[in-house]
Write a protein that binds this ligand. Structure first.
Ligand SMILES: Cc1ncc(C[n+]2csc(CCOP(=O)(O)OP(=O)(O)O)c2C)c(N)n1
Length: 767
């Protein structure tokens, strides 16, 4: 199907599109028969039952904590979210029980179950050596005692994170809605609905292309609710994962579909809105798969109340994925018995009768009954298991409540990592050329353009480190909208340089996923204005994961965005938004003003282990400058004193520096000596160089092409006033674009952007 619309020319023959059917509830096996036939082992059934019990016990603890009924912690006041997944345990357990330790998941705000299950089943699969490596404090233990101690530690660290304790998985920085444990492939729960789905997609991209073959064979499971499946970034991700270029032999030397399973947890409600009756036009939601791939993404509706049905579906998906036939989309039909959170009495939007019907399908008592009926366990055995789980949880909870709070002085610790990739490990340190190296032409004075300087930096870094990949809209064959990446596809091949759908959020989100899983993407947003389409993925995901996980992951990615201001492109293609991202803690923000800096800063950005918003001025692209062919880097947070002066300090970045140089010359001709500082990086910022200059000159103007109001220039002014007050001879002024929307008309845009004349005038005013 799907091939009737001819793609090789006009052909308007009447016909119809036939869509394949979507299977529903395919698992028809009977636990008793399977057990009797030896196809289900007692240990695996025990593991599944225990996993569901651990989740239920944990969440019932939260419920009781909130109403004071958890006796072990009667003295403890829990504050924080209460998105319980009671009722959904079979889905979390069924999925995670089918995964290897190294398989990965992303999860949701309602992700206690996913997190507990991923850790629980991974620990169950660990060798003694792995258990001891995970918890060296239990090195003296062995056998069941060791396993039990590590399982209890898992529960303890989960509760500690929920309680915001230093011992938690994220050192109390993230809490339950952002819990992660990278050692077992848990890449993070996500409080942004749908926010984790592109990250999972990116993790699958790493797995698909990783040249370290040992890392192949992984699958990634992206948990997200029915509500999330109306969110743009989720739909972008599905489209992204199903791209033909991943499997089309004409385009891909790898020819392997993304190893990802989209696990749609349909508990029938967003917060209160009902997916099937209210906020979508499809039922079941698995039909979404038909919108993205000709094989419907192998979509299926699965009984999410039966852990064995869920596990069976995942096992089948893994077989498809192993053959390169990913991605897969499963809709797990399940139910949450409590409200969106404990403050939701759920009376307005659903009935007691509906709840009672679903209660009959409660995965835990239903599974328990099947275990007894099959003769797999006695009542006594199960009661003993239930007691073990409850007591373990109680001990872990007590310890968590009594454990250390993070120290107030560490409030912003872990915002950035100080590591870089100065040494590239094998096998990534080999040059992986697929064709001729693009040539960068130097003129007689060794000058190249700003655009080529960025390109040269990217080429050198991609030669040096095979983990560096470059993608964005139209960057491959066409060489990007400005021909900046021209020739890189041919040199590095399509696995590392490729076009993407017009999906800015997914461009960034997949980059986050690749970065978390060991690759180093350099992704492109064609115009900086489009960063607003991706602002969640930049600001809530890329920027925050290092902090929220207490430094247990890194996000080494470069987000290249070019500013179109000055070209008459109007309000949606002209914005200098670096101040917006400088306001977001967790990213670095760089804006080079000249070719030499552009190369050195780009190379630093690529080696950085923090996410970097790298801003490029389109009007600077053709500016030439001397750029060494040598491998050099320029450190972040080190400003460039472009020229020294004694009467006044100019502080600027990006294109404003180019104009400021002209203003400095004009003023010099009139006998005014200006010191010009090009800050190069807004975050981190070189305060000392600026303060030293202002202390010397006593006067300062801070300038950029950002809209004046709310610009980072204001931050610089305020810090100068605070730090250099005694040295100031005049108010510190700032100059930016007018407080309006970038116009198209030449006359207006000229008036809109700060001009050389305005720079001269403001200098004179201050003098
Ligand atoms: C982007 C975003 N929009 C809105 C919210 C507020 N919110 C939190 S959970 C939720 C419902 C999500 O529904 P679903 O994806 O089905 O997950 P469920 O809560 O049912 O597990 C909403 C609207 C949010 N956290 N993130």
């Amino acid at each position: 199907m799907g091939n009737f619309i001819n793609d090789s020319g006009p052909n308007f023959k009447a016909g119809e599109i036939k869509l394949d059917s979507i299977p529903v509830y395919q698992y028809g096996k009977d636990l008793k028969k399977e057990f009797k036939a030896g196809k289900l082992k007692k240990e695996e059934l025990a593991e599944i039952y225990e996993s569901m019990l651990v989740i239920r016990e944990f969440e019932e603890m939260i419920l009781k904590l909130k109403n004071g009924a958890y006796e072990k912690l009667a003295d403890y006041e829990y504050r924080g979210p209460t998105h319980l997944s009671i009722g959904q345990e079979a889905t979390a357990t069924g999925v995670c029980s089918a995964l290897k330790i190294t398989d990965e998941i992303t999860s949701t705000h309602r992700g206690h179950g996913d997190s507990i299950a991923k850790g629980f089943h991974a620990i169950k699969r660990m060798t003694e050596a792995q258990l001891k490596a995970r918890c060296p404090e239990f090195a003296s233990l062995s056998g069941d005692a060791l396993l039990e101690a590590v399982l209890e530690d898992h529960v303890f660290r989960t509760i500690a994170e929920l309680f915001g304790k230093e011992a938690g998985y994220g050192k109390g920085r993230g809490g339950g809605m952002h819990i992660a444990d990278f050692r077992v492939g848990h890449l993070g729960a996500n409080a942004i609905v749908g926010g984790g789905v592109p990250i999972a997609t990116g993790a699958a991209m790493t797995s698909r292309i990783d040249i370290d073959k040992a890392k192949h064979g992984k699958v990634v499971c992206a948990f997200a609710g029915d509500g999330a499946y109306s969110n743009g970034v989720v739909l972008e991700s599905l489209n992204w994962a199903a791209q033909k270029q991943f499997t089309d032999p004409a385009l891909s030397s790898i020819n392997f579909g993304l190893p990802i399973i989209y696990c749609l947890i349909n508990n029938h409600y967003g917060m209160t809105g009902r997916a099937d009756r209210e906020v979508t036009g499809v039922n079941p939601l698995a039909r979404r798969g038909a919108g993205f791939s000709d094989c419907n993404m192998h979509a299926e509706v699965v009984n999410g109340m039966d852990p064995l049905a869920v596990r069976d579906a995942i096992e089948r998906a893994k077989e498809l994925i192993a053959k390169g036939k990913g991605p897969v989309l499963y809709e797990f039909n399940t139910y949450r018995y409590f409200g969106h959170s404990l403050s939701d009495p759920r009376t307005e939007y659903r009935s007691k009768e509906e709840e009672a019907l679903w209660k009959e399908a409660d995965p835990i008592p239903c599974f328990r009954k099947k275990l007894i009926d099959a003769g797999a366990f006695t009542e006594k055995e199960l009661a003993a298991m239930e007691k073990t789980v409850a007591e373990r949880n109680e001990r872990a909870a007590r310890r968590a409540a009594d454990s250390e709070d993070p120290k107030p002085e560490d409030v912003i610790k872990y915002m950035y990592t100080d590591t870089t990739s100065d040494i590239v490990p094998a096998p990534y340190n080999q040059l992986m050329a697929r064709g001729p190296r693009p040539s960068i032409k130097r003129d007689a004075e060794s000058r190249i353009t700003y655009k080529d300087a960025i390109k040269e930096a990217m080429i050198e870094e991609m030669e040096r480190d095979a983990r560096v990949v470059c993608y964005g809209e139209d960057v491959a064959d066409y060489g990007n909208a400005f021909k900046l990446t021209k020739g890189m596809l041919e040199y590095f091949g399509r696995a590392r340089v490729f076009n993407t759908p017009i999906s800015e959020a997914a461009i960034i989100g997949t980059g986050v996923g690749m970065a978390m899983t060991g690759y180093r993407p350099v992704v492109e947003l064609m115009y900086m204005d489009f960063a607003l389409m991706a602002s969640d993925q930049i600001s809530n995901q890329a920027a925050k994961w290092h902090y929220m996980t207490g430094a247990s992951t890194k996000v080494p990615m470069v987000i290249r965005c070019s500013v179109g201001g000055g070209k008459g492109y109007g309000g949606q293609h002209s914005q200098s938004l670096e101040s917006v991202f400088a306001h977001i803690p967790g990213t670095y923000v760089v804006y080079p003003s000249n070719p030499y800096d552009a190369k050195g800063l780009m190379k630093t950005a690529i080696r950085e282990d923090n996410p970097v918003v790298f801003v490029e001025g389109q009007l600077l692209y053709n500016n030439k400058g001397v750029v060494s062919e040598e491998d050099y880097t320029i450190p972040f947070g080190v400003a460039n004193v472009v020229c020294e002066g004694s009467d006044l300090t100019f502080v600027a970045w990006g294109p404003a520096v180019v104009d400021a140089i002209k203003a400095v010359d004009t003023l010099a001709a009139e006998g005014v000596s200006v010191e010009l500082i090009d800050v190069r990086t807004l975050v981190p910022f070189d305060w000392e160089t600026v303060f030293a200059s202002v202390r010397k000159t006593g006067k300062c103007v801070v300038m950029s092409q950002c809209i004046d109001i709310g610009s980072f220039t204001g931050e610089i002014v305020s810090r100068i006033v605070a730090e250099c007050f005694d040295s100031l001879d005049a108010p510190v002024l700032k100059l930016g674009a007018k407080n309006g929307i970038a116009p198209q008309a030449y006359s207006l845009e000229k008036a809109f952007l700060p001009s050389v004349e305005e720079m001269v005038a403001i200098a004179k005013k201050i003098l």
